[in-house]
Ligand binder design. Structure first.
Ligand SMILES: Nc1ncnc2c1ncn2[C@@H]1O[C@H](COP(=O)(O)OP(=O)(O)OP(=O)(O)O)[C@@H](O)[C@H]1O
Ligand SMILES: [Mg+2]
Length: 285
């Protein structure tokens, strides 16, 4: 099994021509945003991509899962978004996985939602910080050192932080938990995306939907999957992530499941999801 997964990981994927910025959002709580962010990001790093995760949730769960310190005082998303500190000064490389970088979120970020209200260009803070980084952009301009992917892990709300992410990204990545109320509330998210497209970021596209915590034994999960595929079609990844204890215990070791138990069903699904995202490529505008 290990040999097989090692083999899968060695077969890299082509790098995109320019940095792809994916916003992982769903205002519903606990659907697998953070888990999907960190594991897809780690999977892409294992496939040879250079990846940055920006933790935009004051809970700091993505920071925990990536083994990044996020106590008060650590350079963080707050410093970048509220105080205008350059991205290069707040990101650090993962010790477990070279090529995977993270900007941690501290509890200060909880105040940002209110502090940003009175700040100039309050919806554009994150997008400006990302665009100003010298290693974000087209291969033709930057070369080999460029970032291939930036993932933004959003909090479970549609406030100013999430809005900043929607303005900063080209692609939306929506994890959907395969359970009864899965589609409830999604309409509000889609309306927000339309509003952002019209007024703030015309290039925003829903490129990726991932079914999470999928229990193949139940008809309910299959029914939800059919409904989601009926609605979103090709935007839904073929891979669904099964519910797996290994996935949920990895963060308590400060790890993603991709390094904690690379041969587990959860890790293999996330690796496959990462590969699908890479091989589909960026959506054409
Ligand atoms: N495939 C899985 N198998 C088992 N447990 C999972 C799986 N995916 C996520 N979980 C667990 O479900 C819970 C919610 O996941 P996660 O934190 O990723 O959701 P979230 O959408 O980021 O939540 P929030 O809205 O609070 O930010 C966590 O305890 C996580 O460990
Ligand atoms: Mg989360």
């Amino acid at each position: 099994m290990l040999a097989r997964t090692g083999g899968l990981r060695r077969q890299g994927v082509p790098r995109p021509d320019a940095t792809r910025v994916l916003v992982v959002a769903n205002q519903k709580g606990g659907v697998g945003k953070t888990t999907s962010t960190v594991n897809v990001a780690a999977g892409l790093a294992q496939l040879g991509q250079k990846v940055l995760v920006i933790d935009l949730d004051p809970q700091g769960n993505a920071s925990t899962a990536l083994g990044a310190e996020h106590h008060r005082g650590v350079p963080s998303t707050y410093d970048m978004v509220v105080d205008g500190r350059p991205l290069a000064e707040v990101m650090t490389e993962s010790t477990d996985l070279p090529g995977l970088w993270v900007v941690p979120a501290t509890i200060d970020l909880a105040g940002a939602e209110i502090e940003l209200v009175s700040v100039v260009a309050r919806e554009q803070r994150l997008s400006r910080a990302i665009e100003a980084h010298p290693l974000v952009g087209a291969a033709a301009d930057i070369g080999e050192d460029r970032f291939d992917y930036v993932f933004i892990d959003c909090p479970p709300s549609l406030g100013l932080l999430t809005l900043n992410a929607l303005v900063a990204g080209q692609e939306m990545f929506i994890p959907i938990q395969a359970e009864y109320y899965a589609l409830e509330g999604l309409g509000m998210l889609l309306d927000t995306v339309d509003m952002v497209k019209q007024h703030l970021n015309p290039q925003l596209t829903i490129s990726t939907i991932l079914l999470t915590m999928y229990d193949a034994r139940t008809r309910l999960a299959a029914g939800v999957a059919d409904e989601v595929r009926g609605h979103f079609g090709d935007q839904v990844l073929k891979t669904a992530v099964p519910r797996s204890v290994r996935v949920s215990e990895a963060p308590s070791y400060g790890q993603t499941v991709m390094t904690y138990d690379p041969a587990s069903a959860g890790a293999l699904s996330y690796l496959e999801a990462a590969r699908e995202i890479a091989s589909k490529g960026a959506p054409s505008a």
